[in-house]
Write a protein that binds this ligand. Structure first.
Ligand code: KG4
Ligand code: ZN
Length: 343
């Protein structure tokens, strides 16, 4: 399989317009992200039509910023890559068509990338990680346990049967009248709360490595509503802040323990000693700390987590994926077909 040393990649699957330039799948020369969070926060979630229009407005300046940051021109690239799916179709089209056009006018290859492959590949960036390893992929649309056998062979052996973790974070935060996206807000709040304040359920699933978060989401909402009602019709700011922090900490504690326990059981059963976390929720402070403290106490295990800039959607991970899996035709959607929900 040919390799392309310097790849310019585009990512526009959801609400971030991103362009990156990466060398040999690991050295990041540029990583530019134009976030749309401010736009969507007012609606409490991503509005697909608005996201697509915003990508159109932002794509050229983001591309130019990446070239400036790397000190390169388009002629210096060996290939162009873009996320082809899964994601919001109007958003995907912007990055995909820009990449294909650059390929056409330069005569260099276009590499199509699967968004989930890209999240897995985020751990190759600026690290020495090599397969085989186990990846806990936790994003806004997916929660999966993936055995990465080699750079091209990934097996999904467990996944959420309902809500993705990021989705549960966003919905619980929204119900608590906190801003979108809820994950970082609840993560931040949880550091001020008591994780044992509320006892929340950990779901049992029939599949050994599968997850379920809708029960936890509903229980968290009911618990919060009850506790809020207990404060009376006009709660003082301090009591409300304590309730929110305790709720955030209890929710996060339950999520983190569930994710950690299943991942560890899977790693032990399959005798895999290299663990990785990927996807937007891999930015979660509690999740990173839980895995890190386990690895500190068990030095026969290794842990890789992406740098913060490579956790949520970015194009550097797309370039890494294109380097290690250079599909010049189409992406292998079926690899992750057990769950095909968009971002
Ligand atoms: O990977 P990503 O950027 O987009 C998808 O592919 O879905 O993930 C976005 C998700 C959102 O649900 C967001 O709330 C969550 O990642 N997220 C977090 C944190 N930062 C982002 N969840 C928990 N803790 C965080 N620190
Ligand atoms: Zn993503």
């Amino acid at each position: 399989m040919p390799t392309y040393s310097r790849i310019l990649a585009l990512e526009s699957s959801c609400d971030d317009t991103a362009v990156a330039i990466v060398e040999n799948g690991r050295q990041v020369l540029a990583n530019v992200i134009q976030s749309q969070t401010g736009l969507h926060a007012q609606f409490g979630g991503v509005v697909p039509e608005a996201a697509a229009r915003e990508h159109i407005a932002a794509i050229n300046s983001t591309l130019q910023s990446a070239l400036d940051q790397a000190g390169c021109t388009l002629e210096d690239m060996d290939a162009f890559a873009a996320t082809l799916g899964p994601g919001l179709v109007g958003s995907l089209l912007v990055g995909a068509n820009t990449g294909k056009t650059l390929s056409l006018i330069s005569g260099k290859p276009f590499l199509g990338v699967h968004h989930l492959y890209a999240h897995v590949a985020s751990n190759y960036l600026e690290s020495d990680l090599e397969p085989p390893f186990l990846c806990l992929l936790v994003s806004g649309g997916h929660t999966q346990l993936i055995v990465v056998e080699d750079y091209a062979t990934m097996r999904v052996i467990g996944e959420s049967l309902d809500d993705a973790v990021g989705e549960a974070y966003d919905k619980v935060a929204r119900m608590m009248q906190l801003p979108y996206p809820g994950g970082p807000v609840l993560d931040q709040l949880s550091s001020q709360g008591n994780p044992k304040a509320y006892s929340l359920p950990k779901a049992n699933t029939s599949g050994m490595y599968d997850f379920s978060f809708s029960g936890l989401k509903t229980a968290s909402m009911r618990t919060f509503e009850k506790a809020l009602a207990f404060l009376g019709p006009d709660p003082d700011a301090q009591s409300l802040a304590t309730l929110q922090a305790d709720m955030a900490a209890s929710f996060q504690h339950t999520v983190v323990e569930t994710l950690f326990e299943k991942t560890l059981r899977c790693a032990q059963d399959l005798d895999i000693k290299t663990l990785t976390i990927a996807g937007g929720v891999s930015a979660n402070r509690g999740l990173r700390e839980r895995f890190q403290s386990f690895v500190d106490e068990n030095p026969d295990y290794r842990l890789f987590v992406p740098k913060m800039a490579f956790c949520t959607d970015n194009a550097a991970m797309v370039a890494a994926s294109a380097y290690f899996n250079p599909y010049t035709t189409d992406i292998k959607q079926e690899v992750f077909s057990r769950s095909a929900r968009a971002c």
